[in-house]
Design a protein around this ligand. Sequence first.
Ligand SMILES: [Fe+2]
Ligand SMILES: [Fe+2]
Length: 251
Amino acid sequence: MRPPLQPTRALSRALSSHAYNPPAPQRRGPPGPPGGGPPNAAAGPSTPAPAPPNPATTTSPSLPPEQRRLLEEIVRVDHAGELGANWIYRGQKWASQLRGDRETASQVEAMWDNERHHLNTLTRVAAQHRVRPTALYPAWQVLAWGLGAGTALLGKEAAMACTEAVETVIGEHYDDQLRALKPVLAENAAKAQPDASLPLLAEILEEFRDDELAHLDTAVEEGALRAPAHSLLSAVVGAACHIGIAVAKKV
Ligand SMILES: [Fe+2]
Ligand SMILES: [Fe+2]
């Protein structure tokens, strides 16, 4: 049985994915001469020095073909998964609003906001590692939106059961990827000049897994288990996610 998620876990540590969204540098006033006195007007207004590029977010490692394939599969399928999650929540919010259920719509919006951040980050990771996105992009959007809207039209519990099933599969999927990456990370760490992007990728997968498990907890707390035909709904949605993952790895 999965241990309960610490509610502050994701908040209490520096979020690795924020490496892709660094805060804007602080503007400083013009420098004064050493020892005080009026600022040097001839120097003109100072502009903040651009931060040097972070190799962890701007480089991609040179890997043997098998490891490269693994890296591409991980990035492509996760990007596709986060795209799907965004459209599921979009569909759920639309249907919840249509039913006049503003409370569920705002709970869905909070989780959707998290998924936007996941998708933005993975879009940057995909560009960094030159991984092409899934070719099934448009189909993905329609299917995911339909899944979200269809379940949320059935009611709040069905929407939450959909979220529970999706996030269970996605949480396990991130765990599988972290296991698969372990030997690659160990090999990289033993190099004289280890690549910085691989450990960052692993930290992001861990962070996103924790976020997905927090969504799973929310769905259960909000009544997923009381959904009509819960077992059937879970089985169908879970199977759809497994098929989607298998397809997105390759296409
Ligand atoms: Fe996500
Ligand atoms: Fe999620």
